[in-house]
Design a protein around this ligand. Sequence first.
Ligand code: HEC
Ligand code: HEC
Length: 289
Amino acid sequence: MRRKSFDCRRLAAAAAVGGMSLLGRAQVTEYQQHQWLNTPAASSHIGNLTGRPKAAAMVYRRYCVVCHGELGDGNGESAQWVDPKPRDFTLAIFKCRSTPTGTLPTDEDIYDTIARGLDRSNMPPWNTFTRQERADLVAWIKHFSPRWQTEKPGQRIEIPPEPEITPERIKAGQDVYARVQCWKCHGAEGRANGPSASTLQDDLGRPILPYNFAEGGRFKCGTTDRDLYRIFMTGMDGTPMPSFADNIKPEEAWNLVFYLRTLQPFPSKQKEIAKPLGLKPINPNATGP
Ligand code: HEC
Ligand code: HEC
């Protein structure tokens, strides 16, 4: 199982060689996929909906195949024009999960992603499908990879209720940002210009930029405070964005969420409360290499 959690040595190594190693393409044949189509592992369950893969075949062909390809390997006709590349579903590696790094996402995770789309990519929000069509699409996506036959989705990470926002918590959140070195990639002010930013590559070996908080684009994996909490505690698999589940305690994670909100350009309660603090950006030199 591939885990990507935060590790300074790994970050240093990545910076030194200029990226992570290339992932081999999973060896999957059309014949295998055809067999998986009929297994219970390739259905989906979202609330009271059950998704059936075969029911999505036409919809997938019409709306998804140009990018994700006939075999789900991300090699559709338009893939060559698209950056970041369409997901290769044969690997079953997903950016947006409620589950720990290296594990499969839940059916709901994929279901939500389809409707949300992925900001700053060619993956549009597909919010005109019925709920049943979307559940069927989830099932269809699952028939492309052997992983769904042998692995279960990871255990959803627990998110404690959101505490009250206080100046102390925002200040403490900034300390977390400095301590676990988010700034190495995202920059001291969240402007995606940290010392490692220009060296980062995704698992396909393609250059990838950290998220720029000051620009205020939508997060790919959801816009609420709980989504933000989840993003850095699960990491975005297939990218250099690591999981911090081993480095940040739940209490600290909420503080960090509050601080991150102050880096965004929109008015927010967090910004109001932070104003009298007159927070200066963290000083990277003061927090070590
Ligand atoms: C115009 C090209 C395009 C089309 C059409 C398209 N996608 Fe995508 N899709 C992408 C790209 C590009 C990504 C990767 C974006 C990224 O990594 O930020 C992606 C990623 C995904 C992911 C992975 C999300 C994750 O958490 O990693 C899913 C699931 C997905 N697409 C489902 C679909 C479905 C279902 C359809 C059809 C209804 C579809 N896509 C149609 C381009 C497309
Ligand atoms: C090794 C570099 C690196 C480190 C360290 C890092 N990130 Fe990231 N982060 C990235 C990259 C690259 C992306 C963009 C991924 C993408 O767009 O697919 C990203 C994206 C994000 C996003 C946007 C997620 C979305 O859904 O679009 C958030 C929020 C984020 N990082 C928060 C953090 C926080 C908080 C920390 C520290 C606890 C941190 N990152 C540490 C590289 C890093």
